[in-house]
Design a protein around this ligand. Structure first.
Ligand code: F6R
Length: 246
């Protein structure tokens, strides 16, 4: 795993997505949440000012809450439209169907859709304060596929800022599995701020295992994690990661 410590990790993410698209990517993977917002702003700017075109490229989201229709103010489908895809010229954007009558079948269908459109070239990721990737909470299998999951209390508390109160945060979601995510050719994770320092340290330097789902990226040959100084604050070997040979 390549670790980049920089005050502008959003540029690392935007550069990787732009490079994939210029190299002919058919499908890119998108995370929601606060972490990638600056990177998404930069992609919209490059599309508008520099002619970076996403024509012919489809996007797949990592996850969606169960019980929120796609036009709900806090659905991930709406979030990504408002913060990224309305500003680009993507061919299509797909999200899991959190309103399906048969949710396990919808999750399986989402995995099939990704397989059909895949491989995902670059997959943008954030990390939960508990180390989750997508909504794969601690304890998730590294080979898991897209499925229905219960959200950890910590995740619901962290996301209460979008909903007003923790009780309004849905308790379950459909998420791409860790196995699904790791089929992307190039996962790129962005983490900023002190609140992510513990999770980043666990993912990068802790044991590889279900205790920290994001640690699965250490098994991926082309994963990058881009962090600012605050998020890198608990990395024991951070000076080494700054060297050109690491
Ligand atoms: C979002 C997702 C989550 C977030 C993570 C960090 O689609 O899958 O894993 O990336 O919860 O969220 P933020 O960036 O809001 O801190």
């Amino acid at each position: 795993m390549r670790i980049v410590i920089t005050e502008q990790p959003e540029l690392v993410i935007a550069d990787r997505v732009a490079a994939a698209v210029r190299d002919g990517a058919r499908t890119i993977g998108l995370a929601t949440g606060s972490s990638p917002l600056k990177a998404y702003g930069e992609l919209i700017r490059r599309h508008r000012d520099e002619g970076l075109s996403f024509a012919g490229v489809s996007a797949v989201l990592l996850d969606e809450y169960i019980g929120l229709p796609p036009d709900h103010s806090q659905s991930f489908a709406r979030f990504i439209r408002e913060h990224l895809t309305d500003g680009l010229d993507l061919a299509a954007v797909y999200a899991p169907d959190g309103m399906a009558a048969d949710l396990p079948a919808a999750a399986r269908a989402y995995d099939e859709l990704i397989a059909r459109f895949g491989p995902v070239s670059v997959q943008v990721l954030g990390i939960g304060a508990n180390g989750h990737l997508g909504f794969n909470e601690p304890g998730s299998s590294f080979t898991s596929r897209s499925r229905v999951v219960q959200l950890a209390r910590r995740t619901r508390e962290d996301n209460a800022r979008f909903f007003g109160s923790v009780d309004q945060v849905p308790s379950s979601a459909i998420t791409q599995g860790l196995g699904t995510i790791c089929e992307a050719q190039e996962p790129v994770l962005i983490a900023t701020g002190e609140a992510k320092a513990e999770a980043v340290a666990a993912a990068v330097e802790g044991p590889v295992g279900v205790g920290c789902p994001a640690s699965v990226l250490r098994r991926h040959p082309h994963a990058t994690i881009a962090v600012d100084e605050a998020a890198a604050g608990l990395l024991h070997h951070r000076e080494r990661y700054r060297l050109p040979d690491t």
